[in-house]
Design a protein around this ligand. Sequence first.
Ligand code: NAI
Length: 328
Amino acid sequence: MKILFYDTKSYDRESFQAILADYPNITIEYTKSDLDSRTAALAEGFDAVCAFVSSDIGAETLEILHSKEIGLILMRCAGFNNIDLDTARKYGIRIMRVPGYSPEAVAEHAMALALACNRRLYKAYNKVRENDFSLSGLMGFNFYQKTAGIIGTGKIGAAMCRICHGFGMKVIAHDVYQNESLKDFVEYVSLDRLLSDSDVISLHCPLMDSTYHIIDINTIKKMKDGVILVNTSRGALVKTDDLIEGIRMHKFAGVGLDVYEEETNNVFEDRSDEILEHSTTARLLSFPNVMITSHQGFFTREALEAIAATTLNNALDYQDGKKSANLV
Ligand code: NAI
């Protein structure tokens, strides 16, 4: 099977090449172009394409892929909201994905953000580099015996619960389903109680109609003063303008974000001054107690290895006509 690999980054190539020898019937050609209607024609002569969350796999792209006899799209990610599934079905194009790769990778990053905000690590780093060894502005609080509130206790939220439990925190959670594996040390509570009782709040639910802007000025007002809020899930869980209002009200000891509402507009890839000036993300960055990372929660060696292995196994299953739970 010949695969055209779109939107290749050096780390993608490394993780796939490291195991490709174990898949003698598969060859991969890499391109830096992302998959969309302008680049779909590059797939001529290939059997499958490998794409990512950033790809634009709408009707037009699928039409071109179909005309080039592509039967399989290998998504090297969990999400597939960027694919027109009806059109894919119409052309009989199969979509396979990687539903989970390393929940601990994201949960560990969420805790890293919480700790960095609490102990002002970014400020400490810069102060010491400038030869300022004073402790002013660096005081945090112990996580030990404080309350962690976890919203969404699926794979990543459950990993975050285990980490917080390991820190000696009291762990409360809110979810539409209770995760049985957590019953020994997690208490499920209403969203209101989670908001009012938690010292650290971490979001791990998916973005859906029911969770869109789950954190807005109303929910922020219900939080304790001096709370730490972490979002590694999806930007639009938090209404950014309201978050800024909450920060101005001195509600937060710290805010750690790996995802932000403007992410899909690639606001920081196009660093024009005008865009930055009007960007709410840039406004957030102006606050000293906000730390933003660039959607790197998943970005560990183990997660990339798991993504490569699952994607290539998906290709094999398709080739062998095997049933797979990873078929969308
Ligand atoms: P999952 O599907 O295992 O868990 C999601 C949980 O949220 C489920 O238990 C579900 O019942 C719960 N939920 C649904 N509606 C809810 C509501 N209204 N209130 C509270 N909980 C609700 O998903 P997983 O794998 O744990 O991923 C969670 C999110 O993490 C993903 O949706 C994605 O947005 C994000 N993510 C971020 C990454 C990063 O690099 N920062 C990488 C991978 C995922």
